[in-house]
Design a protein around this ligand. Structure first.
Ligand code: BG6
Ligand code: MG
Length: 220
């Protein structure tokens, strides 16, 4: 295996923001009168803000109860709370091995891209100090379709002019892994194998990733 480009999801792969998304949704659920449990949160990973809200409302048995305007207001409220959390983030909140892997890939001449559904990606990347380690950044502000649609990954590869089959994607969500496979890319799951059936292979975290196996050092 010899890939030319590594594409990283953000939430749950490079930074542990999944916990802040969860806390902010849980607070909204409480205000709406129901409890939102960690296992129910799994379905929100990787999908867009509005899809997350729809899944949350369905979980609480409140689907089809609200107008689009009301839902926009709820999503904005959740996002304001989420921003309060992520505004406090700093480099220590990078997940184990994230910065080291990005730096290692740079020294091996591998292109790096961000492929995140989040519209808050620029704020988070700047706070944790890894924005300069990416050749291209594709986030929720640049795409028109959400994972499992592959657009967030194919756009990055197109910008770098790298064939999809030479790209490897790191993802912690099943929706994101499906997006990678639909694009014809190699899909590395980060987390627990039982939640990630679409992965080509799963590692518990980036620190365990076998860099030499996928990005061998070039011999002159
Ligand atoms: C993804 C998260 O990275 O971004 C989802 O896994 C989230 O849980 C989505 O809903 C959108 O994020 P944001 O920051 O634009 O609300
Ligand atoms: Mg994620």
């Amino acid at each position: 295996m010899n890939f030319r480009c590594a594409i990283f999801d953000l939430d749950g792969v490079l930074v542990d923001t999944a916990k802040y998304h969860y806390l902010a949704w849980k607070e909204l659920a409480r205000q709406l009168g129901f409890e939102f449990l960690p296992e129910q949160n799994e379905r929100l990973k990787g999908v867009s803000r509005m899809t997350s809200l729809n899944i949350l409302l369905e979980t609480g048995g409140l689907q089809n109860r609200f107008s689009e305007e009301e839902k926009e207001r709820m999503a904005a409220k959740k996002n304001a709370r989420y921003i309060e959390y992520v505004s406090q983030m700093e480099e220590s909140e990078l997940l184990a091995g994230a910065k080291e892997l990005l730096q290692q890939l740079k020294t091996r001449g591998i292109k790096t891209a961000l492929g995140s559904a989040s519209k808050n990606a620029p704020l988070i990347l700047n706070n944790v100090g890894i924005a300069p380690l990416f050749d291209v950044i594709v986030d929720g502000n640049r795409i028109s379709t959400a994972k499992p649609n592959p657009e967030v990954f194919t756009l990055g590869a197109d910008m770098l002019r790298i064939p999809y089959s030479s790209c490897l994607v790191f993802e912690d969500s099943e929706a994101g892994l499906q997006a990678a496979k639909r694009a014809g890319m190699y899909a590395i799951g980060i987390g627990n194998e039982k939640n990630l059936p679409s992965a080509d292979i799963v590692y518990p975290c980036l620190k365990e990733f076998e860099t030499d196996r996928y990005f061998p050092v070039k011999q002159d």
